[in-house]
Write a protein that binds this ligand. Structure first.
Ligand SMILES: O=C(O)CCC(=O)C(=O)O
Length: 265
């Protein structure tokens, strides 16, 4: 079984760490019209506002990049600020529909983003709340590190290891298929498991090992295309985990005016 352990918050973002690969550099080439000044810069370390030791995680149809984005002290502050700012769904809004049945979700959820954006998943449609200062700060840090722009974030709060997320793919039609999903984790480190679509359930058509990660406090996991086409992911129950965790998945929603709620100012 492939196992990638990414626990060490001691693995500081130290300027001696040379990134193996730069997701940001790659994107800068793709968006020349937007980043002409960046293009002129030396493709050396100075290009990064934070020297991030990226690690590449690859398997058949799976392409991810992982790094520590925030040092412990900053990650602690961000966690605290999010605890104050984020308003999670309650009541009917805290439920999902799977094959017509309504379930309470085993965690708390919130959606923030650009005005009027909606996102439909697990049978429910969520309207984005306006960005808070801390969410904007984290989104900007992710953009700085990756060169990707995001207009929406899904926030999941796990009170402890009993809270979890079942196997699924982030492959909704309103997501821009060319944009990675950027997953920022704050709080308790949790196991995160990828399983190939042909290797799920009892009657699997192929033997493909799952890919197991441990997502650390302050980390950023980029799920690049086509990962979400071929691989399901989950955050399983871990009874020994006693402290909370907040996960933010930054996404780019295609702006479709039929789905955009027009606001009267
Ligand atoms: O909390 C996590 O790391 C998982 C989040 C996730 O799978 C999702 O937002 O789609």
């Amino acid at each position: 079984m492939d196992q990638f352990l990414f626990q060490g918050q001691n693995k500081r973002l130290c300027s001696n760490d040379v990134p193996r690969r730069s997701p940001r550099k790659k994107k800068i080439k793709m968006e020349e019209h937007e980043s002409i000044k960046e293009e002129d810069k030396d493709s050396s370390f100075e290009e990064f506002s934070h020297p991030i030791p990226w690690q590449k995680i690859e398997a058949e149809g799976l392409d991810c990049d992982y790094a520590l984005l925030f040092l412990k002290e900053e990650a602690d502050d961000l966690f605290r600020q999010l605890e104050e700012e984020v308003v999670y769904s309650t009541g009917e809004e805290a439920k999902v529909q799977v094959f017509g049945k309504v379930y309470n979700i085993p965690r708390k959820q919130a959606t923030y983003g650009n005005a009027g954006l909606t996102y439909t998943y697990s049978g429910v449609t969520r309207l984005a709340c306006p960005w808070t200062p801390t969410l904007e700060y984290i989104r900007n840090a992710v953009t700085e590190a990756t060169g990707q722009k995001f207009n929406f974030v899904l926030i999941n709060r796990y009170k402890d290891g009993q809270d979890h997320m079942g196997e699924h793919r982030d492959d909704e039609k309103e997501l821009d298929p060319s944009c990675p999903i950027a997953s920022v984790s704050l709080g308790a480190a949790r196991d995160f498991i990828f399983r190939h679509r042909d290797a799920r359930g009892k009657r699997t058509s192929r033997q493909i090992d799952p890919v197991n990660l441990k997502l650390a406090h302050g980390s950023l996991l980029l799920m690049n295309p086509p990962t979400n086409t071929f691989w399901y992911h989950s955050l399983p129950v871990r009874k020994k985990v006693l402290s909370p965790r907040i996960n933010l998945t930054f996404r780019r929603i295609l702006v479709d005016f039929r789905k955009t709620i027009k606001h009267n100012h």
